[in-house]
Design a protein around this ligand. Structure first.
Ligand SMILES: Nc1ncnc2c1ncn2[C@@H]1O[C@H](COP(=O)(O)OP(=O)(O)OP(=O)(O)O)[C@@H](O)[C@H]1O
Length: 340
């Protein structure tokens, strides 16, 4: 099912939470809505679900205007951050619940067969007789997804479904959700404020700020070409500097950074740790090493520049460097944006 939002606006009393949002989600696509707290992600999701009405604009399910489609007829499955499982029902009963109350009548054998199939899909075979209190948080979210899928939704809406879980469980569930999505191909809208989660999971990422879409594209697009200082900063893992442009170049330390198209005046410069290097001499930013951190992916240096700014940079694991060393941060790539 294709979903289209056309100039959607939502105001709470005087506060405009969603401003003129237009967005298309293709049939079978997995789209992540990514943005800081309060940027309007949940409100957009709730409008798609029919739990909230837009003040202006339209939402289409396929070619049909969804305004007149009641929530229960939208064919939407939800999973929220806080497990909305019924604590007094077993896993099996929780998954079967939607089918029992659905307008589509199913006999007991059909419901049992569907529950067995879903338990297999979410890899919880054998746990059907447990109660929610007897399984882990990650398993509870898988039950919540099985319950959402039980009624064959045309659209799946997920609001920070893994938000309350620890990092390793989140990573496993992400991988698992992507596999399920590949298998079932249900149009999915996923809300998160976690950049890594959105980039890891989604076919397309839609970045919101203050109720507006500020950029959308594949994870590769948005990582390679952040459209603004906000996006660059929000995607994370970057060092931020302010500098002055003069004659089309900016200076950081003794390095010159091309800033074509910028007139003389202040700019923001972002340097990703992976776009920096460390050397004993050369053209760059003079700095002192404060700490060296070894990680599975390599070594990270925390350095402090001569003017007191903290900078993080990634170097090869075998790089000889230790705290208190003085040297030069070599800039391999910089991104320049107009000062906010
Ligand atoms: N029912 C409501 N009444 C008044 N204001 C609301 C209501 N629902 C949301 N808001 C406001 O609208 C803005 C957007 O909220 P929303 O929950 O959509 O943001 P979000 O991006 O999902 O944030 P989070 O990541 O914190 O969940 C916020 O400033 C919020 O306080």
């Amino acid at each position: 099912m294709k979903i289209r939002l056309d100039n959607v606006v939502k105001t709470f009393e005087t506060f405009r939470a969603v401003r003129d949002v237009s967005l298309e989600i293709e049939s079978g696509e997995l789209v992540a809505l990514l943005g800081p707290s309060g940027s309007g992600k949940t409100t957009i999701l709730r409008m798609v679900a029919g739990l909230e009405y837009a003040d202006a604009g339209h939402i289409y399910f396929g070619t049909e205007d969804a305004t007149d489609i009641p929530v229960r007829d939208r064919g939407v499955g939800f999973v929220f951050q806080h497990y909305a499982l019924f604590p007094h029902m077993t896993v099996t009963e929780n998954i079967a619940f939607g089918m029992k109350v659905s307008k589509v009548r199913r006999d007991k054998a059909a419901i049992d067969a569907r529950v067995t199939e879903l338990l297999r899909l979410v890899q919880l075979d054998g746990l059907g007789e447990r109660f929610p209190g007897q399984i882990s948080g990650g398993q509870r979210q898988r039950v919540a997804l099985a319950r959402a899928l039980a009624v064959d939704p045309k659209v799946l809406l997920l609001d920070e479904p893994f938000g309350a879980l620890d990092a390793n469980v989140r990573r496993d569930l992400r991988r698992w959700l992507r596999e399920i999505h590949q298998e079932l191909g249900i149009t999915t809208l996923f809300v998160t404020h976690d950049q890594e989660e959105a980039l890891d999971l989604a076919d397309r990422v839609v970045i919101l700020d203050k109720g507006q879409i500020v950029q959308q594209g594949t994870p590769e697009d948005v990582c390679r070409n952040p459209a603004s200082a906000f996006v660059m900063n929000f995607l994370g893992d970057t060092n931020r500097f302010t500098a002055a442009v003069s004659g089309g170049v900016a200076r950081l330390g003794n390095a010159t950074i091309p800033a074509p198209g910028f007139s003389d005046g202040p700019v923001e410069i972002f340097l990703r740790p992976s776009d920096l290097g460390w050397n004993v001499s050369g053209e760059g930013i003079p700095a002192t090493v404060a700490r060296v951190i070894d990680r599975p992916a390599g070594r990270r240096i925390l350095a402090v520049t001569a003017s007191g700014e903290a900078v993080e940079l990634d170097v090869a694991p075998e790089t000889q460097v230790s705290a208190q060393d003085k040297g030069i941060i070599i800039i391999e790539r910089a991104r320049v944006y107009a000062a906010a």
